[in-house]
Ligand binder design. Structure first.
Ligand code: BMA
Length: 748
């Protein structure tokens, strides 16, 4: 024990942070003394790991904040350079004595070689994967030198673009802002798509060690992965198969795998095993009677069990893994009915209307997003009565903390794979890289009860059939069209569903969003739909009341952030009009989007008197428009069983479809959402001369109460009053009051 304590102390001195996983296996984070430099220059600067080149350049005052005014333009050189990060570390003797010492990078963005004491140990080419190497034989007795060389993603991918006789479409890649003209390189890199620009984001193509670097040391055996496969779950019983993957460095006759609660006192199952040298798969079935189920926000407690898995050799625990597991059955019911094909979530046997929003990353510079920020972002969803967020495919497979919080607060996650609004050269080494990325991320996230479904991509099928891409390629050369279509089929209809089936067998896979049938554009009677005709096609807001879908997974309306936020990027009042250069740099929908805001605003209200009123009225307009949609979708239950608006958050301060701005300030829409997503919604609508008052209930038990309707004249006098006693059945939408408008208004 003394030795362990001493080594803990030493690690704190040398390395900053350390955690002891068990008596034996140890891991710690390499986070201090990092330096960085531009590869072709000599001067080193202090760096932060995890971090990005851009944030390190900012801290060293080499570049200014790209979010301020027009600064984004001045930093476009950064992605055309190579960068080097380095640190040194020493290991105490008792660690050096361990049989295995591994270095583990949880995230390298993106093309990187890692050198230890001058020797290359890792070559990385995918931001979404983790990279490890055994380093025991490469360690020096004293100080070790670690170096990470980042190749410019632009320089790496330009030759791939130049070698092709045609171009891969990537509609949001702002290559021209990066001085690359029409050379859209994002499709070649396994790197977050939004880094290359989006219609709500700047173009800031980062590099860096974006997730922690750990050293892990162990003897004999260690836990590689534990999968809690929930095979059958009901209120009476949960059958869970615990599948442990254990790596052993020799044959071990007398080992045991044990599953218990966190304290280790309540043993759920234990199994004697013989470990063979290499990877061992051990399966232990456990059965829990009357389990406390995990419920989504609004329907009950999102209960989590604390499970601990242990590997015991010669009566000594040599590795443990603790996890919080929510027991639930979650399905997507996609089956033929009289209208087409349904698309809804069934949680613990009950249909659940999904209420929520699309979620994008919280920053361009991901490592600086704090845990407190994650909590705020998720709690804002919870407090707006949401039960689902869609992790959209142009961002990242989120950090563990994101899913931990969704588990904790009952937010179901629609998880896209990271492909969006593009076609990709998905074959050969790149396809294999994508496959490995998918496997790693499914395995990392599958134990989270919040994961409701896996989805192949965002809008790639829609773009192919609906945005003219298929026709464009066919016109250019039918062979190109055939090649790209085959790549698309291989990626989303063969490779990804296979990965999900093999690694998360109970989970539902959806090939793309939106989607109805293979080989077609999506429609409104089957599957999900992205409805953008209000906004992008200038259709009137009332259209939300008649458009239908089985599940609206996107629709949205833009607004500017409030003045307090605008002031942080455009402090100078001379820039305070939405067409100024600075404001336009923070409006990536361009003049088209500003024009839409102005024309909707004029037709719904009147011309606001000044800039601040414009921002205010624009937010009211957005909130009112989206409320119209949210209520219409809920009234249409059970035909429609989900509504996720675009978008929950922002990556920087900008005019966008978000309901909360980059600084977490609630726009009007967030308040409207909170009301429109209440579990019991009163929603009036005028139809064919009648006022229909709907009551929509998401509760799983019936409710009763009185519904009161008061008609008040513009002079404040009460003109008419009605009161009915209503019984609201569970999970339903019904007209509870229907009155002719003439009668209601008494002829006024
Ligand atoms: C949707 C999204 C995004 C985009 C948004 C607004 O379809 O999938 O690609 O940012 O529209 O245009």
């Amino acid at each position: 024990m003394q030795i362990i304590l001493r080594s803990i102390f030493l690690f704190f001195l040398v390395l900053g942070s350390l955690s002891v996983m068990s008596q034996e296996a140890v891991s710690f984070v390499l986070k201090s003394d990092w330096k960085f430099r531009q590869a072709r220059l000599e001067n080193w600067y202090p760096a932060e790991v995890p971090g990005t080149v851009h944030t390190d350049l900012m801290k060293n005052r080499i570049i200014e904040d790209p979010y301020f005014k027009l600064n984004e333009r001045a930093v476009q050189w950064v992605d055309k350079e190579d960068w080097i990060y380095k640190t040194t570390f020493s290991l105490p003797q008792d660690i050096l004595q361990k049989k295995h010492i591994e270095i583990h990078f949880k995230g390298l963005d993106t093309y990187a070689d890692v050198f230890l004491n001058g020797e290359k140990i890792i070559s990385a080419d995918n931001m979404f994967r983790e990279w490890s190497a055994e380093i025991k034989s490469k360690l020096a007795p004293g100080e070790n030198k670690l170096k990470v060389y980042f190749y410019s993603p632009i320089k790496m991918d330009l030759p791939k673009w130049e070698a092709l006789p045609f171009q891969y479409e990537a509609s949001n890649d702002q290559s021209e802002n990066g001085g690359l003209f029409n050379k859209k390189l994002s499709v070649f890199a396994r790197k977050a798509g939004y880094h290359y620009g989006w219609d709500w984001g700047p173009r800031l193509v980062t590099s860096g060690i974006w997730r922690p670097v750990e050293i892990k040391a162990w003897d004999d055996a260690r836990i590689e992965n534990i999968f809690y496969q929930q095979k059958n779950v009901s209120v009476k019983k949960a059958d869970i198969s615990v599948i442990g993957e254990i790596i052993a460095d020799k044959n071990i006759e007398d080992a045991r795998m044990m599953i218990s609660d966190k304290t280790g006192k309540k043993v759920l199952a234990t199994k004697k095993v013989k470990l063979a040298k290499g990877l061992n798969k051990i399966e232990i079935p456990i059965s829990i009677s009357n389990p406390k189920l995990w419920w989504s926000n609004g329907l009950g407690e999102p209960h989590l069990y604390d499970f601990k898995a242990e590997i015991i050799v010669d009566s000594k625990t040599i590795d443990t893994k603790e996890e919080k597991i929510g027991i639930r059955s979650i399905k997507v019911i996609h089956k033929p009915d009289e209208h087409g094909k349904s698309f809804y979530i069934e949680l613990n046997g009950k249909p659940v209307f999904a209420k929520g929003a699309n979620y994008i990353p919280n920053d361009m510079f991901l490592p600086r997003v704090s845990n407190a920020k994650y909590e705020k972002v998720i709690l804002d969803a919870v407090n707006a009565n949401m039960n689902m967020l869609r992790v959209w495919g142009g961002g990242i497979y989120e950090n563990d903390i994101f899913y931990d919080l969704c588990d904790k607060y009952g937010i179901m996650v629609w998880q896209d794979f990271m492909f969006a609004c593009s076609v990709y050269p998905a074959e050969g080494a790149l396809l294999e890289n994508m496959r490995k990325e998918a496997i790693e991320n499914v395995r990392r996230l599958r134990n989270h009860p919040s994961i409701a479904l896996w989805c192949g991509n965002n809008e790639n099928n829609e773009a192919w059939f609906g945005w003219g891409w298929k026709k464009k390629y066919e016109k250019q050369n039918p062979k190109y069209a055939e090649l790209i279509w085959n790549q698309l089929v291989e990626q989303y209809h063969v490779m990804l569903p296979k990965v999900v089936k093999e690694n998360d067998p109970e989970a539902f896979y959806w090939p793309t969003s939106p989607f109805s049938e293979f080989g077609q554009l999506s429609n409104d009677s089957s599957g999900d739909r992205h409805y953008w005709r209000v906004w992008h096609n200038k259709e009137p807001i009332e259209k939300y009341n008649i458009e239908r879908s089985r599940f609206f997974s996107e629709y949205g309306f833009q607004s500017f952030p409030e003045l307090a936020t605008v002031k942080l990027y455009a402090p100078d009042p001379k820039d305070w009009n939405i067409h100024s250069e600075v404001m336009m740099a923070h409006q990536r929908g361009g003049a088209h989007a500003n024009g839409l805001i102005e024309s909707y605003l004029l037709s719904e209200y009147r011309k606001p008197k000044d800039f601040e009123s414009f921002l205010y009225m624009n937010q009211v307009l957005q909130g009112d428009a989206i409320k119209t949609a949210m209520e219409a979708h809920r009234r249409d239950m059970p035909y429609c069983m989900g509504t996720l608006y675009w978008q929950h958050n922002d990556v920087w301060p900008v005019a966008s479809w978000s309901a909360r701005d980059y600084y977490d300030r609630w726009k009007a829409q967030q308040y409207f959402a909170k009301e429109a997503y209440r579990d019991i919604l009163v929603s009036p609508i005028e139809k064919e001369g009648k006022l229909l008052v709907y009551i929509v209930s998401d509760r799983h038990s019936k409710a009763s109460g009185s519904l009161e309707l008061t008609v008040i004249g513009l002079d404040g006098k009460i003109m008419n009053q009605y009161k009915v006693v209503s019984v609201v059945p569970e999970n339903s939408s019904n007209v509870q009051l229907s009155i002719g408008v003439d009668e209601l208004l008494k002829g006024s």
